[in-house]
Ligand binder design. Structure first.
Ligand SMILES: Cc1cc2nc3c(=O)[nH]c(=O)nc-3n(C[C@H](O)[C@H](O)[C@H](O)COP(=O)(O)OP(=O)(O)OC[C@H]3O[C@@H](n4cnc5c(N)ncnc54)[C@H](O)[C@@H]3O)c2cc1C
Length: 216
């Protein structure tokens, strides 16, 4: 009787351990961990509030209102602006010449999310108005670069700054990123439709002379 009770208890423990072990093996390994210094919970996407899988991006989070507060300090505002314009212009000038739909969506979403999170809240609010009037043009590198130049000029005009000649984009934002083969024996032939060749007035259609940027 005693032996049989022990046997049953032993069997029960073995089955229980097996069950717990199976559950542990079935559960996907968690890549989240708690930073011992800050107590922040980190996951694949950076700091996370909890262990839930983040929800897929939804239109509201892309097209929502401004998140950031007002930035009172004029010097900080100007420095931030210069650095940001540099980033944005360099980005559009390295954007694909023939983007896929996914790449077009990425750029469009980027500008909309940017307009929510730009650290100068009042600037972000004005930029959101511009985005509504002139939605991002994403069909090609040239379209994106010219659109951004145009939009920057709208900001310039509001701030009573001189208009920038968009034909100078190429020279102003040459990031030395090595798009051309280094040490080529002869300079590459100038492609007629090279979107990086901005010597022509890109704000106008080459054939019709009609302005490329129109209110959306
Ligand atoms: C999205 C956004 C919104 C902003 N809104 C405000 C605002 O509401 N109020 C405010 O006070 N400040 C705002 N700023 C900052 C402001 O635009 C300037 O960055 C800041 O005043 C510094 O001006 P800057 O004269 O040094 O030249 P910036 O306008 O910063 O330009 C930097 C350099 O870019 C070149 N450049 C100028 N125009 C163009 C163009 N059209 N295309 C390409 N290159 C060009 C020139 O070489 C120029 O020196 C905003 C900045 C950003 C990025």
């Amino acid at each position: 009787m005693m032996i049989s009770r022990f046997s049953r208890a032993f069997l029960f423990i073995v089955v229980l351990l097996f069950f717990i072990g199976s559950i542990a093996l079935l559960h996907p390994p968690s890549r989240s961990y708690v930073d011992p210094w800050t107590g922040n919970l980190f996951g694949e996407g950076g700091v996370e509030k909890d262990l839930r899988v983040p929800p897929p991006s939804n239109p509201e989070s892309v097209h929502g209102g401004v998140i950031m507060p007002k930035l009172g300090n004029a010097t900080a505002k100007a420095e931030l602006g210069r650095a940001t314009w540099k980033l944005l212009h360099t980005m559009t000038l390295r954007y694909p010449e023939s983007p896929t739909q996914d790449q077009r969506d990425a750029l469009d979403n980027y500008f909309h999310i940017f307009s929510r999170l730009y650290p100068c809240g009042e600037c972000a609010g004005e930029f959101q108005k511009l985005l509504r009037k002139y939605p991002p043009q994403t069909s090609s590198r040239r379209a994106a670069a010219t659109w951004l130049c145009f939009v920057h000029n709208q900001v310039n005009a509001r701030l009573h700054k001189p208009e920038f000649d968009c034909a100078n984009l190429d020279a102003t934002y040459d990031c030395g990123c090595g798009d051309e083969p280094v040490g080529a024996s002869s300079p590459p032939a100038r492609a007629e439709n090279d979107p990086m060749d901005l010597e022509n007035d890109l704000s106008k259609d080459g054939i019709t002379g009609v302005g490329m940027i129109k209110g959306g």
